[in-house]
Design a protein around this ligand. Structure first.
Ligand code: NDP
Ligand code: 8X3
Length: 252
């Protein structure tokens, strides 16, 4: 039976790679993001797959509710929701960070994810079928300088995912939080406000994860036998590990 897969943030990075991964006759794709031109180009590339593009800003509560409530046939029954839309803005320490950036990250990574989930979940419960895959981050568990509000939004995603599982206990609906580390996408270009040179430095001399790597994992967790729920999947490239504790020492 065909599965309907809704991907937020399908215009780039992980979301775009997920669309390619789910491509095929067994899938009906719903591709959502703000950049319609990118979605339409992707839709053309995936013309052998039934698909619908949605210009959607996940921060727009009313827009999300109306758009997702009004999905046309045969896209109404979402089987897999990939809550991927998200971003980091800035890397300044908290006392210098731009409060607007913090608000945008909260609005997108937390509130947008809640809006989409709240709209899609009742149908899944009614049909007793579904899988929600949230894209968290290692930043939701591991602090790093400048990660302040971004990491906190991903900590929300981690705990929200676990709490969804608690609420859905007794139903067959699955919830997974995928928590990637260093991965090269448009992520750092967005984080550094379009500064491609600074973004490139983040990955210099490394072999980061790719968007395809993450798509592979998203597809894997949703393809497992229905009695298996991967709760959290933390993944880093081999070149990345945790920092030691930083001890500040007073000068003699
Ligand atoms: P990209 O910048 O490549 O892609 C982000 C996607 O999110 C784009 O499609 C963008 O589309 C969409 N998006 C952003 N804001 C909104 C919005 N308000 N409404 C709808 N869509 C939006 O980054 P990644 O693919 O790397 O990021 C995807 C997710 O993975 C994010 O949640 C990110 O936090 C997370 N992540 C990324 C890691 C990395 O190192 N790359 C590691 C860990 C987690 P558009 O601009 O067209 O709206
Ligand atoms: C993205 C990974 O380490 O840049 O979530 O925060 S990191």
């Amino acid at each position: 039976m065909k599965k309907t897969v809704l991907i937020t943030g399908a215009s780039a990075g992980f979301g775009e790679a997920c669309a390619r991964k789910y491509r095929g006759v067994q899938t009906r794709l719903i591709l959502a993001a703000r950049r319609l031109d990118k979605l339409e180009t992707l839709q053309q590339e995936l013309s052998d797959t039934e698909s619908l593009v949605l210009q959607l800003d996940v921060r727009d509560r009313k827009g999300v509710a109306e758009t997702l409530a009004g999905l046309p046939e045969p896209f109404q029954n979402v089987d897999i929701l990939i809550n991927n839309a998200g971003l980091a803005l800035g890397l300044e320490p908290a006392h210098e960070a731009d409060l607007d950036n913090w608000e945008t990250m909260v609005d997108t990574n937390i509130k947008g994810l809640m809006y989409c989930t709240r709209q899609i979940l009742p149908g899944m419960v009614k049909r007793q079928q579904g899988h929600i895959v949230n894209i968290g981050s290692v930043a939701g568990s591991t602090p790093y300088p400048g990660g302040n509000a971004y990491g906190a939004t991903k900590a929300f995603v981690k705990q929200f995912s676990s709490n969804l599982r608690s609420d859905l206990h007794g139903t067959p609906i699955r919830v997974t939080n995928i928590e990637p580390g260093l991965a090269e996408t448009e992520f750092s270009i967005v984080r550094f406000n379009g500064d491609a040179e600074r973004a490139a430095e983040v990955y210099q001399g490394t072999q980061p994860l790719t968007a395809d790597d993450i798509a592979e994992m998203v597809h894997w967790v949703t393809s497992l036998p229905s009695h298996i729920n991967i709760n959290r999947l933390e993944v880093m490239p081999v070149c990345q590990a945790w920092a030691p504790f930083s001890i500040y020492r007073q000068k003699e």
